[in-house]
Design a protein. Structure first.
Length: 199
């Protein structure tokens, strides 16, 4: 009996945690965006220097700086050698802040040596961009639009839904198991009637 009571309490807690993790990943753009490999610079990059939206500046082992203006869309001849980096960040009129940190954690990516991020916050939407330099010299881009106005509602709903999804089947299983146990006990207690003898 104690195990069943514990299961009834633990099931919704576990469901709520799983619901929270799922909604957190959803709110952070993990399901709406994925890592995208961009064109490699003419010389393998040794360091990621700066970014502005999906524009990227990298440094080669010799100290040369290469610039890719449109990393997310450009497919070929995207890089040009430049003498330096302009004054950053460039803040648009509708943006509240621009910070060189991610608005939200990016999805896992293996073999990352270095990553740089930018978070552009507006009144209702956060735009996050992350570039990652991997051990093999390839560069990947992850960007997502995060809609803040629904974040709390989604989080609350995910926790409640997750709790219900695990609580209801657990409760049904306990009730079925208890019903079968009761029937088995009644069958054991019922008197055995000997067969009638014929005179």
């Amino acid at each position: 009996m104690k195990k069943r009571i514990v299961a009834i309490f633990i099931a919704p807690i576990l469901g709520g945690i799983l619901g929270y993790l799922l909604v957190d990943a959803l709110s952070n753009g993990w399901f709406s965006s994925r890592w995208q490999r961009i064109e490699a610079p003419p010389v393998e990059a040794s360091r990621l220097l700066a970014l502005s939206l999906d524009s990227l500046w990298v440094e080669s082992p010799t100290g040369a700086i290469y610039y890719n203006e449109n990393s997310s869309a450009c497919q070929s001849d995207c890089w040009q050698e430049v003498s330096g980096i302009p004054t950053l960040p460039v803040v648009e009129s509708d943006e509240v802040t621009v910070k060189y940190e991610a608005c939200a954690p990016s999805p896992p990516l293996s073999g990352v040596l270095e990553r740089i991020s930018e978070c552009r916050r507006t009144m209702w939407v956060d735009y996050t961009v992350t570039f990652a330099l991997r051990k093999d010299g390839s560069i990947y881009l992850w960007q997502a639009d995060l809609y803040k106005e629904w974040a709390f509602v989604l989080l609350f709903g995910g926790i409640c839904l997750g709790a219900l999804i695990l609580f209801i089947p657990t409760l049904i299983a306990i009730l079925i198991f208890g019903f079968r146990e009761r029937r088995a006990r009644r069958a054991d207690k019922s008197p055995i009637i000997p067969p009638a003898t014929i005179p």
